[in-house]
Design a protein around this ligand. Structure first.
Ligand SMILES: NC(=O)c1ccc[n+]([C@@H]2O[C@H](COP(=O)([O-])OP(=O)(O)OC[C@H]3O[C@@H](n4cnc5c(N)ncnc54)[C@H](OP(=O)(O)O)[C@@H]3O)[C@@H](O)[C@H]2O)c1
Length: 332
């Protein structure tokens, strides 16, 4: 396993990490979660990602039980949770001081831990002033409930506004962002955040590196039984990923990508994950899995990164045909 600094901090995260969205509490019970997390941990994963909104907190309960059962040293783990969707009451959603404090405390109880290493604002909240959220996240750190805080799916402008306010008021600034990043979803990570890496040392913990499984090639011919896009509850995801013209064109691209992977003797999931790992602004690639075998396969992506040399990356780029444009150099 490779360990990368999380942005401009002294903390190291495993380049491949493991998260529980959709899976824990839906497809994966506590026993299977234990086997999955143990497999990931044995492969060197130290970062495990969660959120108060995953299965209404059940996912955090399962992760907490697994960590207790495994008896891992807390200092060997980097744990996260994300606050935004905590319930149906008028103050159970969003990023008010009240919900950040109460949501974080409830998450810590469910995970059976005194603190999370990373506390994320799971989305921007259009109704709470950013200043209130920054004060609240700083307070969670001062109370010892979190070590670092960050955002998820915030625009560069929102992140910079939070950062500048924190600096001006001598509060803890956001350190990391959790954006979607994969072969089909590139603009924010490759283009929009570019200045933030340089200016504020932003780290990234990227999600859905396999585009919910699309980039494994498993949906190339049909929707396999039991797979994520066959789950009734996630019909909305299938609609976005498969039932659109863009979805169809993506499947055609995956078919071509599979043959590039075959040519260099690796699998499609390995290639898609290794492609994310090649980006040095990615601090960690959060993988997801519904079986232990998938965890094993995904961890092996670490061993094939070197196979994605300049020629292979060029072939992939030609197939994807979606590279975000460079900043215009008006001098040349
Ligand atoms: N911040 C956010 O808003 C946000 C949003 C989403 C996710 N996340 C985080 O990021 C993590 C990863 O996201 P994700 O689960 O969407 O990742 P992903 O890698 O895009 O998709 C994972 C799913 O793909 C399938 N899969 C994985 N490995 C496979 C393999 N080797 N072969 C075949 N199928 C495979 C499995 O689903 P099936 O077997 O069921 O098909 C698995 O659950 C989440 O657990 C969560 O912690 C964060």
């Amino acid at each position: 396993m490779e360990y990368r600094f999380l942005g401009r901090s002294g903390l190291k995260v495993s380049a491949l990490s493991f998260g529980s969205w959709v899976t824990f509490g839906e497809q994966v019970d506590t026993d299977l979660a234990y086997s999955q997390m143990k497999t990931a941990y044995d492969a060197g994963v130290n970062f495990f990602d969660n959120a108060e909104g995953y299965e209404n907190g059940t996912s955090e309960v399962i992760m907490g039980k697994v960590i207790q059962k495994a008896g891992w040293k807390r200092s060997d783990l980097v744990l996260s949770t994300k606050i935004f969707w905590g319930g149906d009451g008028p103050n159970d959603k969003g990023l008010s001081f009240k919900h950040i404090k109460e949501g974080t405390e409830a998450s810590l109880k469910r995970m059976q831990t005194g603190y999370v290493d990373f506390l994320f604002c799971h989305r921007p909240d259009l109704y709470t002033p950013i200043e209130e959220t920054v004060w609240a996240m700083d307070q969670m750190i001062r109370e010892g409930k979190a070590l670092y805080w960050g955002t998820s799916e915030w625009s560069a402008e929102q992140i910079r506004k939070a950062y500048n306010f924190a600096r001006q008021e001598h509060l803890h600034p956001p350190l990391m962002e959790q954006p979607q990043y994969n072969m089909f979803h590139r603009h924010r990570v490759e283009r929009e955040y570019d200045m933030l890496y340089k200016d504020i040392g932003l780290g990234t913990t990227i999600w859905s590196p396999l585009a919910s499984g699309l980039l494994t090639g498993k949906y190339n011919d049909s929707i396999p039984k039991g797979s994520r896009l066959a789950l009734q509850k996630y019909g909305w995801l299938k609609e976005i990923l498969l039932d659109t013209e863009e979805g169809h064109s993506r499947i055609e691209k995956v078919k071509k990508l599979v043959s590039v992977a075959n040519d260099i003797g690796i699998t499609m999931p390995q290639m898609a994950l290794a492609w994310c790992l090649k980006n040095k602004n990615v601090s960690t690639v959060i993988t997801g899995a519904s079986t232990v075998k998938q965890v094993e396969q995904n961890m092996s992506a670490m061993d094939v990164v070197e196979k994605l040399d300049g020629d292979v990356m060029k072939k992939i780029e030609e197939i994807l045909d979606n590279k975000p444009g460079e900043e215009q150099d008006w001098r040349n």
